[in-house]
Design a protein around this ligand. Structure first.
Ligand code: FES
Length: 235
């Protein structure tokens, strides 16, 4: 793990908004007396979101004060978890997955787009709009390669559709979250390759549809009559 330090330039102070203060009080109340430190991650996360996705020293100290913890204990948490940014990030903070499935499906090409359009990893563009970092698997490997931008996933990326996505974000145009090639969730791109006798190649097999031809080899095990009648579309 790389060394994680607080940013050199720090704001003078940090205060939760009244709304976030009320939220924090409820969060702390979830734990028994004397165990309020258990709320440290959720309070740090809220502080980060309030501050444009990064944590300043005053924010860390404010959380420590609210939870009656030594500053160093909260600092340890903030510097340990990479979900906490210790330096300012762009308004659109891009987390690029570079783990094996995404790498095999082209994440290096997506990284090249980021380098060209945004700059080096960690750099914030002059207009404050973008910065990026490479992260480990974000759990959307089926739709690799992918990035997370703020709270949303963008999947099935190509250099072309990703560049267009960045341009649309920069221009304030609406963007599509999830798959950028139109597939629903993580369905197979070219239709089903298994269980087609139950669900049909388009995955929409209806109850009572005609049984598969006798020589249909697309399913390893032919469904029983009951299994066929009980089959329900999953969506
Ligand atoms: S490897 Fe990229 S989301 Fe899992």
């Amino acid at each position: 793990m790389s060394v994680r330090r607080l940013a050199e330039k720090q704001p003078e102070s940090f205060e939760f908004t009244p709304e976030n203060k009320a939220w924090a009080a409820k969060e702390i109340a979830k734990y028994p007396p004397g165990r309020q430190a258990s709320a440290v991650i959720s309070l740090l996360w809220r502080a980060q979101k309030q501050s444009g996705y990064w944590l300043s020293r005053p924010a860390i100290e404010k959380v420590a004060e609210m939870l009656d913890m030594p500053n160093i204990r909260v600092l340890e948490v903030a510097t340990f978890y990479t979900m906490f940014n210790l330096e300012p990030v762009g308004r659109y903070y891009v987390q690029l997955c570079g783990t094996t499935p995404c790498m095999l499906c082209g994440s290096e090409d997506i990284k090249a787009v980021l380098r060209k359009r945004v700059g080096d990893e960690g750099h914030v563009t002059a207009d404050g709009l973008f910065s990026w970092t490479e992260v480990e698997c974000l759990g959307a490997c089926c739709n690799a390669p992918m990035v997370q931008i703020n709270d949303d996933y963008y999947e099935d990326l190509t250099p072309e559709n990703f560049l267009r996505l960045l341009d649309d974000l920069a221009a304030g145009r609406p963007v599509k979250k999830g798959s950028q090639i139109g597939r629903v969730s993580s369905e197979p791109v070219g239709g089903l390759t298994s269980l087609t006798t139950l669900y049909g190649a388009d995955g929409r097999g209806a109850k009572g549809s005609a049984p598969p031809p006798a020589n249909d080899q697309t399913s390893a095990v032919a469904p029983t009559r009951d299994a066929h009648n009980d089959a329900k579309p999953r969506r």
